[in-house]
Design a protein around this ligand. Sequence first.
Ligand SMILES: NC(=O)c1ccc[n+]([C@@H]2O[C@H](COP(=O)([O-])OP(=O)(O)OC[C@H]3O[C@@H](n4cnc5c(N)ncnc54)[C@H](OP(=O)(O)O)[C@@H]3O)[C@@H](O)[C@H]2O)c1
Length: 246
Amino acid sequence: MRLENRVAVITGGTRGLGRAIAQRYLEEGAQVLCAARRPHEIDELVQLHPGRVHYQPVDVTCPKSVDALMAAAEERWGRIDILVANAGLNRDGKVDRLPTESWDEMVATNLNGVFYCVQSAARRMVARGSGRIITVSSSMSSRVAIGAAGYSATKAAVETLTRVSAIELGRKGVQVNCLAPGVLEEGMGAEVADNPKVWEAYRSRFSLGRAGTLDEAAHGAVFLACAESSYVNGHVLEVNGGLLWA
Ligand SMILES: NC(=O)c1ccc[n+]([C@@H]2O[C@H](COP(=O)([O-])OP(=O)(O)OC[C@H]3O[C@@H](n4cnc5c(N)ncnc54)[C@H](OP(=O)(O)O)[C@@H]3O)[C@@H](O)[C@H]2O)c1
């Protein structure tokens, strides 16, 4: 029970990686607010952990919506101990063809959305003198793949935002770290893992020779939230099966 009674807000906590992190946090004793535009697969968690997990609608591209989410967590539990800024999306497209709408959507969700969440949670955590913020990037932040310009650029920006936030907030009691998964079997990674042609091109690049599970990545988010990482700040934790990108 490494997160007993800790209050966590997880954006994109209704399916995929965010939901897996919520599940792990609940098993470690936390109280969790799962937020997204739709509730998706939240019902099972609510039934398994009645009273300790709730769904809150949010659109992370809207600062007012994000602030209302943080306020709702405080209203319910009196504080926010942990923020996992996980909500994100991918729109593939080569730079000369990527619709500007797709670029804007990725910047609005993956970068602006993370900033709004970090800012709103940080203000509250600084006022209390403690907190953990975990952003979510991707192995694609520092590797190149055709069609990934928008996704990679926004994830690289998230890592820089993480490091700057960490040095600004560390002495105020708030630690900021980043979880960077590789290709996971589910969530948006399924597009790669489930497509035999694409997967063949990727497989040789993983030293473990397989995609990761949502749960394996979620363990990283537990570590970055619990007492065992009390001296970790501004770190990007890659959980990617030893990705070698030739
Ligand atoms: N799965 C992987 O292999 C992998 C690998 C590396 C990094 N990641 C990162 O992990 C994070 C989660 O990915 P995933 O694979 O779990 O994706 P997913 O299954 O598509 O889930 C995305 C979650 O984000 C929410 N979301 C999207 N836009 C939102 C918005 N504007 N406001 C609020 N919530 C929003 C979605 O709910 P709604 O659409 O209902 O809002 C959903 O709950 C992402 O940041 C992704 O880049 C995943």
